[in-house]
Design a protein around this ligand. Structure first.
Ligand code: PEP
Ligand code: MN
Length: 375
């Protein structure tokens, strides 16, 4: 059972005190409190776990601070959608809104290499009005002798440059919990010129101790990539690990599945799951067309497969695009062959916007259909 309190309920109010006293004394029930800071209000949700079968919805809704109660199913308790569950999706971080209804684009470098390339990337984003990017500092590599990323050494100049170019959020993969502190210490020292979204890579989707550590902090939101060799259900449970530890600011990223059936693409593009994830959970959904497709191949229509895959995800309602760009792909230390070029950025952004608008128009078509069939 989930009890949702009236918006902006003060934690020192009498209504809150009475409500908590009642809930804390329910036999066999443990409670977990989640605070959600939205753009205009703060919401408190109280999860009642354990022996809740005998509880009546009306009994919980009668408590002074409770607005309504929802009976939640076993799957994805915090991030899932439950019957009669009209709760909003998403969150706001560092001035950027993330939800199941809008779209943010994170174009950037797969791996940070030299300051000149980072500068060129950030300048191009600023010129195009973008406030988010991706920058890899800690790279999980198949080959132990491959470039592993510059690690914490590059953080100060990457964060400073991002701030200078008006970047609010950087998606940055971490591969060990100690990286959270490295990022936090560096941002704090610099006076927080930018923000970071912690990325969990596909190889770490079921690294449960890493997930728990990331979930224990709520300073930074999380971009969780789908595991490339496990079921969707298993990956969604991985997201729930983060939420169960206290951080429900999670975006779920589709990035393709590892199977030869996907050839000639690097992975089998799985963006048909965008609406499925939005139906099963309240998480905003990201698509990563670069790691899905993995090349700059193009079809006879003159459009790159990466761009086609992006369009397929966005027209199906994706809320975020994570995509590799590089000013000089031949010099990139990781994933150069799949990177888009600076010169392609404006057209690519225009294409994405067109697809996002088309998704909204598609929604309107089916809304009208529902209205006419209901008459
Ligand atoms: C990445 O985004 O740089 C990356 C390594 O992706 P994935 O974890 O999906 O392979
Ligand atoms: Mn990569």
């Amino acid at each position: 059972m989930l009890a949702i309190l009236h918006p902006n309920t003060a934690l020192d109010s009498e209504a809150y005190r009475q409500t908590m006293e009642y809930l804390e004394n329910l036999p066999g029930v443990s409670i977990r409190v989640h605070e959600i800071q939205g753009a205009s209000q703060r919401l408190t949700e109280i999860y009642l776990l354990g022996d809740t079968k005998s509880l009546e919805k009306a009994e919980i809704e009668a408590l002074p601070a409770v607005e309504r109660a929802i009976r939640i199913s076993e799957d994805y308790r915090i991030l899932g959608r439950h019957k009669d569950d009209q709760r909003q999706s998403g969150f706001t971080y560092n001035g950027v809104e993330f939800s199941q209804n809008n779209l943010n684009i994170f174009a950037g470098l797969c791996a940070v290499d030299v300051p000149e390339h980072v500068e060129m990337m950030l300048q191009a984003l600023e010129d195009n009005g973008e406030v988010c990017t991706r920058m890899g500092a800690y790279k999980p590599r198949t080959n132990p002798y491959s470039f592993q990323g510059h690690g914490k050494g590059c953080l100060p100049w990457v964060f400073e440059k991002a701030g200078k170019h008006g970047i609010n959020v950087i998606a940055m993969e971490i591969t060990h919990e100690s990286h959270i502190e490295e990022i936090d210490t560096c941002l704090e020292k610099l006076g927080r010129p930018t923000g970071v979204m912690l990325q969990v890579g596909t190889r770490n989707t079921q690294n449960f101790e890493l997930l728990k550590a990331i979930g224990r902090q709520s300073t930074y939101p999380v971009l969780l990539k789908r595991g490339f060799g496990i079921t969707l259900n298993e990956s969604l449970n991985a997201a729930e690990y983060l939420a169960s530890e206290g951080n429900a600011n999670v975006i779920f990223c589709l990035r393709g599945m590892k199977t030869e059936a996907g050839l000639p693409h690097r992975n089998m593009v799985d963006f048909a799951h965008v609406p499925a994830v939005k139906r099963l959970t309240r998480m905003p959904v990201c698509v990563d067309p670069s790691h899905s497709v993995g090349s700059r191949d193009q079809s006879p229509d003159g459009i790159l497969d990466v761009m086609h895959a992006t369009a397929q995800g966005v027209i199906a309602g994706a809320n975020m695009v994570l995509v590799d760009f590089h000013p000089k792909p031949e010099k990139a230390l990781v994933d150069g062959p799949q990177a888009l070029l600076m010169s392609e950025l404006p057209a690519y952004l225009e294409d994405i916007r067109l697809c996002h608008e088309t998704w909204k128009k598609r929604q309107a078509i089916y809304q009208r259909l529902r209205e006419t069939t209901a008459e």
